[in-house]
Design a protein around this ligand. Structure first.
Ligand code: HEC
Length: 136
């Protein structure tokens, strides 16, 4: 009798929370951690600049999926490995015609008047496009 009492599965119910989280929750893709020096606020600001004063959307599309300029939401990088610092440097420099892979150059800072700080925000947003859910 006593043995049945202990083995009865219902008795174990209150301890279910001790089990590891369900597999489904564990296999959901975790957002990649932000690079050093990047904050969630910069992603929001960067999106605003990308679609506004930075002029980026004129060539890369409102969602960064590309038109005149390449798709920035995929994991293919034409000029480097797509690290945050590489993107910052690329946006500041642009893509001179002789380095262009598509035959179309990109002016420094996209031809905009963005400050270095604003470029760092817009680059953070570009970095995030292929790695994290879009900022809201
Ligand atoms: C006048 C059009 C134009 C504007 C405006 C523009 N870009 Fe570009 N961008 C391009 C083109 C064209 C390329 C690809 C050049 C090549 O063929 O290598 C490019 C390339 C890039 C790349 C490198 C992509 C890779 O795969 O390596 C990044 C990053 C980028 N742009 C970000 C930006 C950001 C951020 C802005 C806004 C500040 C911006 N661009 C504004 C045309 C533009």
């Amino acid at each position: 009798m006593r043995r049945f009492y202990i083995a009865c599965p219902m008795r174990l119910l209150p301890f279910l929370f001790l089990l590891p989280a369900p597999l489904a929750a564990q296999s959901a893709p975790a957002a990649v951690p932000l690079p050093a020096g990047v904050t969630a606020e910069m992603l929001v600001k960067g999106k605003e600049l990308f679609q506004g004063a930075g002029l980026c959307m004129a060539c890369h599309g409102v969602d960064g999926k590309g038109s005149v300029g390449p798709d920035l939401t995929d994991t293919t990088w034409l000029h480097h490995k797509g690290s945050y610092e590489e993107i910052v440097a690329q946006v500041i420099k642009g893509v001179p015609e002789e380095e262009s892979k598509t035959g179309t150059p990109m002016p420094p800072r996209g031809g905009s008047a963005l400050s270095d700080e604003q470029v760092r925000a817009v680059a953070a947003y570009v970095w995030s496009l292929s790695r994290r859910p879009p900022p809201t």
